[in-house]
Design a protein around this ligand. Structure first.
Ligand code: UDP
Length: 345
C-alpha cells in the first residue's frame, strides 16, 4: 500500500510541498505537477509499500522536488519549513485498500494524526483527502462499520473527526475534501477500479467485467479538475470549517460507462456480468453547491472528454494496442480559472 502527503513550505519567498499518494498515486502525481507549475517546492513523503514509484519518478530530478521514503503511520518530521500539507495517504481502489485493511485504517487515522502533528509543529495548513459521502456534505453517511469497506470508509471518517477537533482546538488550519471517483492518465492499470479495468480490457480485446447488474451509478471527475479543486480548497481564506465535496456531478450507470468506452475503443469487447462485491454502493453523485459557493470551483472536463484522454494514455502506455477513436488535445494540466458550465454529460 502506498501513502502520501503533500506539504508546502513557505520559506522567504518559496513555498515547498511534500507529497505522497495512496493507490496508484495518480492524483498525487498530477497535484505535484500543478504545484511545481506554480513554483512550489515539494517534499513527497511515501512509504512505497506497494513498490511503485512510477508516479513521481519523472519528478525526482526536478530541482524543486524531494522524495522522502517514510510510512506516515510512523512519526514524520521534515527538516525544512513546511506551510501546506496535502494528506493523500491511503490506497484508493477497493482491491488495494482491502489487501491490507488494518494498514489502510491505520494510514487514515494514525497517518492523519502524525501529519496533523507535523502541521501543528510547522504552523502549516493541512488538507485531508477524505472519501465521498453520497450527495450533500451534511448527509451523515450509511456505511457498514464492520464490512470489507469499513477500513477505508470509517478510517476516512475518523480522520475527518481528527481534523475538525484540531481545527476547533485552534491547533491546525485543517481542511477536508471529500472526493469522488476520479479518472485520468497515470491511473494504475491493475488497481481494480472501474475505469482502468474497463479501458484496459477494451484495449486488450477482452470482455468488459460488470459487477452486479451494472445499474449502480458513479460520478467521474477528470483528474485536472480534482487537482484544481484541491488547491482551491487549500488556498481559500478563511478556512471553510466544513468538508467540501469535490467531484463531477454527472452521474452514469456502470452499464452506460461501459457502452461509452465500447464506442471509443476499436474492436469493442463484449460485456461479462460478475457478482457485485459486498457493500458496493448503489449510487454516487456529489452535490457540489458548497464547492461552487465557497471556492468558485466546478469541473470543466466532461466524462466523454476525460475518458478520451485516459484511453489515449492507456493505449500509449500499454504498447501494441489499438488506438482509440477519440484523440483529444492534451488538457492534463488545464487549471483554467474560468468557470464553465458543469460538465456532467
Ligand atoms: N466495477 C465493475 N467492474 C469492474 C470494476 C468495478 O462493474 O471491473 C464496479 C464496482 O462494483 C462499483 C463501480 O464499478 O460498483 C465502481 O467501482 P470502483 O472500484 O472503481 O470504485 P468504488 O466507487 O466502488 O469505490
Amino acid at each position: 500500500m502506498k501513502e502520501s502527503i503533500n506539504a508546502a513550505r513557505k520559506s522567504s519567498q518559496k513555498r515547498q510541498d511534500c507529497s505522497g499518494a495512496g493507490g496508484a498515486g495518480f492524483v498525487r502525481s498530477h497535484l505535484c505537477d500543478a504545484l511545481l507549475a506554480r513554483g512550489d517546492w515539494i517534499i513527497c513523503v511515501d512509504s512505497y509499500i506497494t513498490g511503485c514509484r512510477d508516479d513521481v519518478w519523472p519528478l525526482t530530478n526536478h530541482p524543486r522536488f524531494r522524495l522522502v521514503e517514510k510510512d506516515v503511520c510512523e512519526f514524520v518530521e521534515i527538516d525544512e519549513p513546511v506551510d501546506q500539507i496535502y494528506n493523500l495517504a491511503c490506497a484508493a481502489s477497493p482491491p488495494q485498500y482491502q489487501a491490507d485493511p488494518i494498514h489502510t485504517m491505520m494510514t487514515c487515522v494514525a497517518g492523519t494524526g502524525n501529519l496533523l502533528a507535523l502541521a501543528e509543529r510547522h504552523g502549516a495548513s493541512f488538507l485531508w483527502r477524505s472519501a465521498e459521502h453520497p450527495q450533500r456534505e451534511d448527509y451523515r453517511g450509511n456505511v457498514s462499520c464492520i464490512g470489507p469497506r469499513a477500513c477505508y470508509d470509517e478510517g476516512k471518517r475518523a480522520a475527518e473527526a481528527l481534523c475538525f477537533e484540531m481545527l476547533r482546538a485552534g491547533r491546525v488550519d485543517a481542511r477536508v475534501a471529500r472526493i469522488f471517483n476520479t479518472c485520468g492518465p497515470r491511473m494504475q492499470a491493475d488497481d481494480g477500479r472501474i475505469v482502468s479495468n474497463l479501458v484496459v480490457q477494451a484495449l486488450s480485446g477482452k470482455s468488459l467485467t460488470i459487477y452486479g447488474s451494472g445499474t449502480q451509478t458513479r460520478s467521474f471527475c477528470y483528474v485536472s479538475d480534482l487537482v484544481r479543486g484541491l488547491m482551491a480548497l487549500m488556498d481559500v481564506r478563511p478556512n471553510p470549517g466544513m468538508p467540501v465535496n469535490l467531484g463531477n456531478p454527472g452521474e452514469f450507470s456502470i452499464n452506460a460507462l461501459a457502452e461509452m468506452i465500447r464506442t471509443m475503443v476499436p474492436a469493442p469487447a463484449a460485456l461479462v456480468y460478475k457478482p457485485l462485491p459486498k457493500d458496493d454502493p448503489q449510487r454516487r453523485r456529489p452535490d457540489i453547491s458548497r464547492a461552487i459557493g465557497l471556492l468558485n470551483w466546478q469541473p470543466a472536463v466532461p466524462l466523454a472528454e476525460g475518458l478520451g484522454y485516459t484511453i489515449e494514455w492507456f493505449a500509449n502506455s500499454l504498447g501494441e494496442l489499438p488506438r482509440p477513436r477519440t484523440v483529444a488535445p492534451n488538457r492534463l494540466h488545464s487549471t483554467a480559472a474560468s468557470q464553465p458550465a458543469p460538465a456532467g454529460s
